[in-house]
Design a protein around this ligand. Structure first.
Ligand code: FES
Length: 576
């Protein structure tokens, strides 16, 4: 990366503040109204800080004050910080799905940066979709950008046992439905898991996407593993502020940092970490924003040669706090350095290799060795077949081993409510061999691919001790979930994908070894059913939902909006 210092008159913000005309003096006058004299910003880079704090985002609670640490760093380095609040995408509360709003935050990010006098950017996110959304918008705008990770919350405790976000909720909820724990116990467990600000402390989507953003080169070294309440988190916030000022003077923008090699390395890290299935969709969308091709085949190719080394829930034993104290992401990247392209630039001006140089693993049971991994190849596997012509995803290490090669009869549900009612019935006709199918829950049908892909094991099987079975849907699942869940079936049923014509009792074949997902029904029968299929009514006829439904792409394409994918540059705004 060529680091050439730019002059202050070339900053975007100079178009607002330096112009010697009525509009320029108007901008200076209005800045004065807020108490800023021209010497506070004249000749300095203006740093936009996109803060996704809100009163309803528990994972980002600390951003309300942590933004002041970022500003402190910006001011120390001679920049001028302006905080720009952006939609928080709070995973626990936002309905029908934060995924439906990922592209809205991406669009908001891009347009906030375009429409205001911003020269460099600090993105403050962490809770699941905030990470790809902020990065996607910043890639499209292509201003020097650094990411501040919210960081994981501290670990949960219940009666002497360590409790992980999501993963243990699902596990104890299954016990609750099986009648093994009381209502009071269940409530206490819920209150024992979430003990501090910060993101889910398993290797869920938040921890995964933060680690991958660091692997791409957009954070300070080690930031993605630091717990939200650790004082090191505060220090890295101010350091991020100082770093982005320097990076802005040197015009270190995403297009100079991100390459196909960066994304291949992010996929390698995803596999080694045993990370979230959601990352498949997000990485494809992020790469596409920068005009970089990344396909499902890249994921399968890299899965073939990358062992899973992070022994972290939901596929492993430990939590993010253990990961951090065992060396964190830098030690993990150092351990897999032979599989990476580490001589690439990052936002602090050093290469990825320089950033992880000397990072040691302190506990080989948390970050396993390449010779003794958590699992051999195939952390995430892409399946194809007549049931998923454009692909589907499974996390084999999160499934019971005997289910990875399975043929069974389908039990089909057309909606979440129908499924939810059925799985709690004592007379449901189901066996451990049954394959549960949930459809109409994809990008358009969900809408927004809600995280319903870990369909509940039916109550009568739970009571018989069954804890896993094959489940197939066009939904996603939480990064903290587990089980033999085939997800992201593409194209989705709501737009006529093959899941739409599956009937109860049809035999379905799942083979992780041969990467196959097939409906064992004759081609003639499939064609006859297709001829009878009629498209359902659109989910939305107005508002954001109508834009979303008409523009969202399918899972294998990243679920971006067609009009936001790569394309001709959007002009800078006229300033009159
Ligand atoms: Fe925010 Fe899990 S709910 S990261």
């Amino acid at each position: 990366m060529s680091d050439e210092r730019v002059s202050a008159e070339h900053f975007r913000s100079a178009r607002w503040f330096a112009a010697n005309d009525l509009r320029g003096s108007g901008h200076r006058g209005r800045a004065g109204q807020m108490g800023y004299s021209p010497k506070e910003y004249r000749g300095k880079p203006v740093i936009g800080i996109l803060n996704t704090w809100s009163d309803i985002s528990p994972c980002h609670q600390h951003f309300k004050t942590r933004v002041d640490d970022v500003k402190r760093g910006v001011l120390q380095a001679g920049g001028f910080p302006i905080e720009l609040p952006a939609i928080s995408l709070s995973e626990p509360f936002q309905k029908p799905s934060t995924m439906m709003y990922r592209n809205l935050l991406a669009l908001e990010t891009e347009e906030l940066l375009r429409s205001y006098p911003v020269d460099g950017v600090v993105l403050m996110g962490g809770c699941d979709k905030t990470v790809p959304a902020l990065v996607m918008g910043a890639i499209s705008m292509d201003l020097p950008t650094i990411f501040v990770c919210a960081g994981p919350m501290i670990r949960g405790h219940y009666r002497g046992k360590t409790m992980g976000s999501g993963s243990d909720s699902w596990k104890y909820w299954a016990d609750r439905r099986a009648g093994l724990i009381s209502e009071d116990e269940w409530e206490t467990i819920q209150q024992s898991i979430n003990r501090s600000p910060g993101t889910c402390m398993t290797m869920g989507t938040a921890s995964t996407m933060s680690a991958l953003t660091e692997t791409l080169g957009l954070t300070l070294p080690g930031f993605s593993s630091v717990p939200a309440v650790d004082s090191q988190h505060i220090r890295l916030c101010s350091e991020s502020g100082r770093t982005i000022v320097e990076a802005t003077w040197l015009d270190r923008k995403p297009s100079k940092i991100l390459s196909r090699e960066s994304y291949l390395d992010a996929v390698t890290a995803l596999m080694a970490l045993g990370g979230s299935t959601n990352a498949v969709i997000h990485l494809i969308a992020m790469a596409s924003r920068g005009g970089i091709d990344l396909s499902l085949d890249d994921f399968n190719d890299i899965a073939e040669k990358t062992p899973v080394i992070a022994n972290i829930q939901p596929i492993g034993t430990y939590l993010m706090d253990d990961f951090y104290s065992s060396g964190g992401i830098l030690a993990a990247l150092n351990r897999i350095s032979g599989m990476l392209h580490p001589d690439r630039p990052t936002i602090n001006g050093k290469t990825l290799r320089e950033n992880f140089a000397g990072a040691d693993v302190f506990d080989n049971d948390v970050v396993k060795t390449l010779e003794d991994p958590v699992g051999d190849r195939g952390g995430l596997v892409v399946l194809r077949g007549n049931l998923a012509p454009e692909g589907a995803v499974i996390k084999p290490h999160a499934a019971e081993a005997h289910l990875r090669e399975h043929v069974g009869p389908a039990l089909v549900f057309d909606s979440y409510d129908e499924m939810n009612e059925a799985v709690n019935r004592d007379d449901l006709e189901v066996s451990p061999d049954t394959i549960l199918v949930l459809r109409n829950v994809g990008p358009v049908g969900g809408p927004g691919m809600p995280e319903w892909g870990m369909l509940p094991v039916p109550k009568r099987l739970l009571a018989a001790g069954v804890r896993d079975m094959v489940r197939i849907s066009d939904a996603r699942m939480s990064g903290t979930s587990y089980g033999a869940c085939v997800l992201h079936v593409s194209p989705e049923s709501y737009v006529g994908g093959p899941l739409a014509i599956v009937q109860n009792g049809d035999r379905i074949k799942l083979s992780v070894a041969s990467r196959e997902l097939s409906l064992l029904v004759s081609d003639e029968e499939i064609a006859a059913r297709r001829a009878k299929w009629t498209a359902p009514r659109p989910r939305f006829e107005r508002g954001y939902g109508a834009i979303y439904s008409s523009q969202v792409t399918q899972a294998h394409q990243g679920c971006d909006f067609t009009f936001l994918e790569r394309g001709p540059a959007t002009p800078e705004p006229e300033i009159h």
